[in-house]
Design a protein around this ligand. Sequence first.
Ligand code: MCA
Ligand code: AMP
Length: 476
Amino acid sequence: MNLRALFRPSLEERPGDVGLEFGGLQCSFGELDLRSNRLANLLAAEGFESGDRIAVYLENSIEFIDIYLASIKLGLLFTPINILYRDREIDHILRDAEPRRLIAGRNSPALENRDALVAEDLAEAARRFSSDFTPCSLKRASPACLVYTSGTTGRPKGAILTHGNFAANARTLIDAWRLAPDDRLLLALPLFHVHGLGNGLHTWLALGYRTRLLDRFRKETIIQEFLDFRPTVFFGVPTMYERLLDANPDTARSIGQAARLFVSGSAPLPARTFERFRELYGHAILERYGMTETLMNISNPYDGERRPGTVGLPLPGVAVRLQDGEILVKGDNIFAGYWRQPEATAAAFTEDGWFRTGDVATRSEDGYYTLEGRRTELIITGGFNVYPREIEEFLREQPGVADAAVIGVPHAIKGEAPAAFIVLRPGATADAAELQTRCRAHMASFKVPIVFTCVDRLPRNALGKIQRHLLAQRSD
Ligand code: MCA
Ligand code: AMP
């Protein structure tokens, strides 16, 4: 199945139904279908052809959805860029993906010094194009998205996700989590990651359940959004659930009574958060485990025990096994490979075709998986991934810095946060505030170390590798 076929029951078969709420506007499925037809005609006139990459740096919006649907109709590789990324991060993706064009929101930092199409201008110009469009033919194996993920190397690689991957994932989640057309989804996740896109947007368009999309999750207003919209389903990262614990008990109970299912993923959900949420909202959060390259793999059951601290059981259609503790997976959900990186792709699979996740787990006698750590030094903060090496390389380029190491330290709300250890050049003086400002200017805010500690030297083993566990002890 391809995504057009997956979305047909809502876009084409229920054109009059309001499918989307966004910023006080309501949009029917039919309107979304026609808007994306117009935009597809415009993009074709701009020279876009099947197989081209279309890079998109845009916050959640109706324009984002228009571009996504037009991209599918044209057979493009939709290449979303995290809107918290700054110049060097954006440039890496643009150099690597070689998109025909970049589309960015007006006022976005990505527009500075770059030749990009402005999303709001496109939406306006698209009105003059025909709402008839004959979509290109698509196969299961046709690529749909190029999503950048740091993998193991620290240099983000483009994961090629096919129509078949996304369709398999959406069908699996709909069955496993009993998602139904009369559900209501509050979607506060960013659409530039597969959590928001593959689990949120795709199950919405496959089922046609009413969805309220937020431009972003805001801790100040999220409770009000719940009260106002009364969703039955919510997908979030653990940091969002931490924020929801701030609700007063009556409000939380009322939100819980309207809801049917709360799902958490992208980072470990602390057992304490699970328990406190259950007390306040009356719901056992369903935790699941996925990855950009694989979409969703393992999930706690809808019926049956949702066991805190575990990610549950393999999803139907996903084969899971442990090899020396590492989770290996196989299934229609597994990506087609890394963009223009045959060696990295080959290294990511075993000889008999299992994808190596790099995540280490144990399995209980009754089949529940518990993630124990990762083979790489990945830090997950607020559900966003950070590779220490990328920050370390940047810090070493700064004046006065001889060496640097970055580790993840526990953080009450974000789960983990990056912390830096710096070795200064002889005679240099440390200015943590200055280093932090430089980091802020050049990288996404979630990558900026929350503390800088000066040390005489970094602990390294005989091979010169930084011994991060020794640094972790020093940061206690
Ligand atoms: C956060 N910020 C944003 C956004 N989100 N800025 C613009 N747009 C956004 N969408 C900025 C804030 O301005 C602030 O910047 C900083 O991030 C932290 O904000 P804060 O108010 O403290 O946020 P919070 O209440 O702690 O919530 C953070 C968050 C965010 C909303 C939970 O971490 C988030 O959206 N996480 C989702 C990540 C995600 O979707 N991961 C999936 C990838 P400043 O510091 O400059 O003030 S993993 C995946 O896809 C796999 C398949 C999987 O398993 O799911
Ligand atoms: P990404 O590369 O952004 O797709 O992030 C995928 C990684 O997020 C996985 O390899 C895991 O390390 C982590 N992850 C996803 N879901 C969970 C979860 N429920 N608990 C712990 N880690 C998770």
